[in-house]
Structures are given as structure tokens and as C-alpha cells.
Design a binder for this molecule. Structure first.
Ligand code: RB5
Length: 147
């Protein structure tokens, strides 16, 4: 699995923590930035990550900003992206099982590094359940293909 990861200035610290998790899991990743506390605009990082997922350059994406909201709104504008905003372990697992989410968004101002790392680990390690969920995700894809 290959992952693209990005953040704005309000999420770059947790981005580094999540890169540690991916190192431990032997997951290859591409960091699109940013890498310091200078103020930047979250769409400039959400869109490259989302586009890499949509065009198949990577399998999944991870995005962190202050709340995760701006990143998730932006990523979900890209056709083929199903970005889940997650701040707990239950939804981290279920959004993979049921929604086949291919981008994970989190907020560094909402949760600490310990929980963020656990969420990333669960999300990266959980496979899509398929079955009835395949039909539901298929309806999202069908709608997108008409847009
Ligand atoms: C930056 O101040 C903040 O607005 C951004 O990180 C994010 O929370 C937006 O949704």
C-alpha cells in the first residue's frame, strides 16, 4: 500500500507522528507538506493528496488540519475520493468496513498524538467488508459518474 499524506500548519506535528506509524507498518508514503507552523491554506495540501488517490498514484490519503473539517470538505470535492473525518477508534474502523473510505482526515486541535496514531493504525489496517456496502458505495460512484 502507498499513502499520500498532507497537512496545513495546524496539523503538521501529528503528520510526523502518523509517518512514524507508517514506518512501523512498513507502509510507503509520500509527504506533500506542509512542514512548519507558517500559515498556509489547507486546500493547497488536500487537493494534491486527493488527486493522487483519485488517479491511482497512491492507494490512500491522510490529511490533518486544525479540525480536519477543511481538509475533508476539500478532499470530498475530488471525484472518486471518499474522505472520512475521524476522531475516534470506532468510526476509524467502521468507515473502512462500510464506506471503503480512501482518505482519512483528522484535526490536531481536536485530538492528541496518541489517539491520532491509533486511529491511523486502525484505519490503515482495516479492509472494506464489501457485500451490501459495495452496493451502497456503488450508488455514490454512480452519482459521481453522472456529475
Ligand atoms: C487553520 O487556522 C484552520 O482553519 C484549519 O487548520 C482547519 O481547521 C480548517 O478546517
Amino acid at each position: 500500500m502507498k499513502v499520500a499524506i498532507g497537512s496545513d500548519h495546524a496539523g503538521y506535528k501529528i503528520k510526523d507522528d502518523i509517518k512514524e506509524v507508517m514506518d512501523e507498518l512498513n507502509i510507503q508514503y509520500e509527504d506533500v507538506g506542509c512542514n512548519c507552523s507558517d500559515s498556509v491554506d489547507y486546500p493547497d495540501y488536500a487537493l494534491p493528496v486527493a488527486e493522487k488517490v483519485a488517479n491511482g498514484e497512491v492507494d490512500r490519503g491522510i490529511l490533518i488540519c486544525g479540525t480536519g473539517i477543511g481538509m475533508s470538505i476539500t478532499a470530498n470535492k475530488v471525484q472518486g475520493v471518499r474522505c472520512a473525518l475521524v476522531h475516534d477508534l470506532f468510526t476509524a474502523k467502521v468507515t473502512r468496513l462500510h464506506n471503503d473510505s480512501n482518505v482519512l482526515a483528522m484535526g490536531e486541535r481536536i485530538i492528541g498524538p496518541g489517539l491520532a496514531k491509533e486511529i491511523a493504525k486502525v484505519w490503515l489496517e482495516t479492509e472494506f467488508e464489501g457485500g451490501r456496502h459495495e452496493r451502497r458505495v456503488g450508488k455514490i460512484k454512480e452519482y459521481e459518474s453522472k456529475a
